[in-house]
Design a protein around this ligand. Structure first.
Ligand SMILES: Cc1ncc(COP(=O)(O)O)c(C=O)c1O
Length: 479
């Protein structure tokens, strides 16, 4: 598509309006993208040219471009300019009804009015993933000779080496590639552990409460008995483990970013957990699902890095770093446990295709994943700051758990009927998650609240979602 020499759009900036010019410009360009006036693939004018055209400073234009790049409405291509990405995948949504305009019954049909924006946790931003390095890696993987055998059960050696290097760079874990096993993500890794470890029934696993429901479902399906252990704002209450009637064979924890509440397990509790494992022979499964994305303070070292006794299996995934679409992850296990896990995997066969493993290995070796993480961390940080600012205007919505990751928890006033709030939000076009859906035992979550994923959201969507949530929470009946 030919680049426009000048932007042929009605961009009226109002110097008298209270809103800074860069925000006005960003809003006008954002609407132009959503309305199709700036179609995918089109190039926006160089900042200097647009500045001259609009009689504003070039830095104002750059600030607006930077903001829109963070939101995914624009992308900068090195040496060729700034473009509307080919996959601007948002359909324009209407603005929510003004607060109080809805008279609908909360118990009525909760079908969203239109294609809803799904802000439930779990979605990373994949808009900028497909770049030259990504395409080259897949071209290379599909262009190679196809072996007439299965990939090795433990994973391609080249990929295991790259994963060990990734663990060193991103998590400070010194891993021997021989101890890495390629998985199809956390769920697959957990299923493998569940098949391989634990004695005769009952097989017991302690889990965080509230915690990751998918993990509980997997373990239950595979015949394990789940023992919920409460968490506080810092994560698992390790001192409650000895209260369990029988010591569990496994403890599943999210120490870097407790899921879903967001706590980071303090060092003292980490050491207590390791010494509990040493005493009882229990195995700790560390679900390290999103610790590449930590804002502000550097992440604490992984539990696996503190483990001197071979008690920790570290589960990593590319679902947040790249996409859950890939189904790729890894586990790192001390040699004793690793041998057992590999033997079981050998019987089951690897679920990760050799082509995916080859492409991932080439992609990691190119250094592109580190660049992607750095870029995504900036974008997520931008969204997180925006969310914080938006919520500051609504004292009845209390934000917590935004030090890391791609989701946040928003506490609602005591007694709020959360399902009613969620139905109202859905009718305004936004899906959020009820914090109680993460409970293992009824009422583990003591405060009403919602979980909101900001990984895949634009700033504009966050703005509208917060407006919808604020008015829904004000109007919802107390239970
Ligand atoms: C706590 C937790 N662990 C792990 C994952 C990733 O799972 P998988 O690698 O199976 O996609 C998620 C995804 O949402 C998660 O919330």
């Amino acid at each position: 598509m030919r680049p426009p020499a000048e932007l042929d759009l009605p961009l009226a900036l109002d110097r008298a309006a209270g809103l800074p010019l860069h925000q006005q410009l960003a809003a006008a360009l954002r609407s132009a993208v959503l309305d199709g006036l700036l179609p995918p693939g089109s190039r926006v004018p160089p900042s200097r040219l647009l500045g001259t055209q609009l009689r504003i400073a070039r830095s104002t234009v750059l600030t607006a471009y930077e903001q829109l790049t963070g939101e995914g409405y624009l992308e900068s291509r090195h040496g060729s300019g700034t473009f509307v990405p080919e996959q601007v995948h948002r359909v324009p949504t209407q603005h929510p009804r003004p607060a109080g305009a809805s008279t609908a019954d909360d118990t009525a049909d909760d079908t969203p009015d239109r294609a809803a924006v799904d802000l439930r946790p779990g979605r990373p931003d994949t808009r900028r993933l497909v770049d030259g390095a990504w395409r080259a890696a897949w071209r290379d993987a599909t262009g190679r000779d196809v072996p007439p055998v299965e990939p090795p059960a433990q994973g391609l050696p080249a990929l295991r080496e790259q994963i060990a290097a990734h663990l060193r760079a991103a998590r400070g874990v010194i891993a021997d590639p021989a101890d890495v096993l390629v998985t199809a993500g956390t769920g697959d890794g957990l299923a493998l552990i569940a098949h391989a470890l634990g004695g005769p029934p009952p097989r017991l696993v302690a889990v965080e409460d509230p915690g990751y429901p998918a993990a509980r479902r997997i373990l239950t399906r595979l015949g394990w008995t789940v023992q919920p252990v409460p968490v506080d704002d810092d994560g698992l209450l390790v001192d409650r483990l000895p209260d369990l009637p029988v010591p569990p064979h496994l403890v599943l924890v999210t120490p870097s970013h407790q899921y879903p509440l967001g706590g980071c397990l303090p060092v003292s509790r980490r050491l207590d957990l390791l010494s509990w494992a040493r005493r009882t022979g229990g195995v700790i499964v560390e679900d390290d699902y999103d610790s590449e994305y930590r804002f502000g303070a550097a992440p604490l070292p992984a539990l696996a890095a503190l483990d001197g006794d071979g008690q920790v299996v570290h589960l990593g995934t590319f679902s947040k770093v790249l996409s859950p679409w890939l189904r790729a992850g890894y586990l790192l296990a001390p040699p004793g446990l690793r041998r057992t896990l590999v033997a079981v995997r050998d019987d089951l066969g690897t679920p990760v295709s050799g082509i995916t493993q080859q492409a991932l290995s080439t992609y990691l070796a190119s250094g592109a994943v580190q660049r992607h993480i750095a870029r995504a961390r900036r974008d997520y940080g931008h969204r997180r700051r925006h969310l914080t600012l938006l919520l500051a205007a609504h004292p009845h919505l209390q934000l917590r758990g935004t030090r890391a990751g791609l989701h946040a928890v928003i506490d609602l006033p005591a007694g709020t009927d959360v399902p009613a709030v969620l139905r109202r939000c859905a009718r305004s076009g936004f899906l959020l998650a009820d914090l109680r859906d993460y409970d293992a035992l009824p009422h583990a979550v003591t405060r009403p609240g919602v979980a909101l994923g900001y990984g895949d959201a634009t700033l504009d969507e966050l703005e509208r979602a917060v407006t919808a949530l604020a008015s829904a929470a004000r109007e919802a009946p107390l239970d």
